[in-house]
Write a protein that binds this ligand. Structure first.
Ligand code: PLP
Length: 396
């Protein structure tokens, strides 16, 4: 720990993750979180013993209850009750299921509103559900024909936090329902779905929850609506009696009716250790450190990068920011490549001109932030980024 390292009550959690000694500074936890050691050990057990030895008996030995058990833990992260959350499918698929259910329940209202800052895939999915209007301020523009407003609670580009409660209230005043995508907020800050009053939410587990690449997502359905809503994907796992093999679909009780098919046991199991770590750390402490890391990054960027044409793309006020900081520069793509290849710092790039630095309080240190900004300064000073092509790769 450097002398400048402020007191860090979460310091011990860094050792809970697989960190290559002397390896790169990892600041992309807003895209894909690190591997918890407990998940590594669990995977060995799930593959070798549970699958390898127990085989189909595994369903009776915990696999069937996995979703419910992990859902109850995610509920604690988002201020919901255990029976309002289901871990299943991907964020995109969950968004489709909930948006479709909402629009059907809200008929004759049909219109869906979102804004241009939403994650583009969310807009693609919503446009496949009903007539979608992309507007500047959906909460204000919701009207008599609006069935649903769907937004991402922390912007994937700039990390701007939306005032969840205030916006939900405005949407409700127009008679519309609110669906929040919590992907960039869950595991990064406390969330209170009950206090927000929102009907619906979805979110992913592979970012700040450290669930692993492509880990199953979750959905939230406010309890009072569950019996009214129907999933458009009427699969057997959402059936009242999946193993009754009835020829007719009958929705199961509560939120579990939004399950569709067989859960992906390997990747589902992997979600739990990361969520456990967040619960052990406590979301208030996670948020407090996230804010301190963000403030340090902004201050270091100001100080180290002055004169290089870098602008802060995220809100300056830490309270208005999620857990990444985006810096804007016309050569962001080349800068990112040089940071990764020449200076062992891994942030990520978002077109056309943003470098996002994800701050994951469980494993990122204050030194990570300080060193990353010092190395970015070296990229500028050495002009190492000029050697890189402006041609972008398929995955950024
Ligand atoms: C805000 C947001 N919503 C949705 C998605 C897409 O989720 P998935 O590809 O897991 O369906 C992402 C992916 O990063 C995201 O950031």
């Amino acid at each position: 720990m450097s002398q400048l390292e402020p007191e860090d009550p979460l310091r011990r959690f860094r050792d809970e993750f697989v960190l290559e000694g002397g390896g790169p500074i990892y600041l992309a936890g807003n895209s894909l979180g690190r591997l918890p050691r407990r998940a590594q050990a669990l995977m060995v057990d799930v593959v070798e013993r549970q699958w390898g030895e127990r085989l189909v008996r595994g369903w009776g030995e915990g696999w069937l209850e996995l979703s419910q058990r992990i859902s109850a833990k995610i509920a604690l992260l988002i201020g919901a009750d255990a029976d309002e959350v289901a871990v299943c499918d991907s964020t995109s698929v969950n968004l489709f299921k909930l948006a479709m259910a909402a629009v059907t329940a809200q008929a004759p209202r049909r219109e869906i509103l979102t804004d241009a800052r939403n994650f583009p895939s969310d807009a693609y999915v919503l446009a496949g559900v009903g007539p979608l209007r992309v507007v500047d301020d959906p909460a204000r523009e919701a009207g008599a024909g609006t069935a649903l407003v769907s937004l991402t609670s922390t912007c994937f580009r700039t990390a701007e936090n939306y005032p969840i409660g205030e916006m939900t209230e405005a949407v409700h005043a127009a008679g519309a329902w609110m669906l929040w995508d919590l992907s960039h907020s869950v595991g990064a800050m406390p969330i209170d779905m009950h206090a927000s009053g929102a009907e619906l939410a979805v979110g992913c587990t592979y970012k700040y929850c450290n669930g692993g690449p492509g880990a199953p997502a979750f959905l939230y359905v406010r309890r009072d609506l569950q019996e009214r809503l129907r999933s458009p994907l009427q699969g057997w796992f959402g059936h009242a009696s999946p193993f009754g093999f009835s020829p007719h679909y009958q929705p199961g009780a509560g939120v579990m009716r939004f399950l569709a098919g067989t859960p992906p046991v390997l990747s589902m199991a992997c979600v739990e250790p990361g969520v456990d770590l967040l619960l052990e750390a406590g979301m208030a402490r996670v948020r407090e450190k996230s804010i301190r890391l963000g403030e340090l990054l902004v201050a270091e960027a100001d100080h180290q990068l002055a004169g290089f044409g870098v602008a802060l793309a995220s809100p300056k006020d830490a309270q208005l920011r999620g857990s990444h900081v985006a810096l804007r520069h016309p050569e962001a793509w080349q800068l990112t490549q040089s940071l990764v290849a020449d200076y062992a710092v891994i942030p990520d790039f978002r077109a056309p001109d943003l470098i996002r630095f994800g701050l994951a309080p469980l494993y990122n240190s204050f030194d990570d932030v300080r060193d990353a900004m010092a190395r970015l300064r070296m990229v500028f000073e050495s002009k190492s980024y000029e050697r890189y092509s402006t041609q972008r790769s398929a995955v950024t």
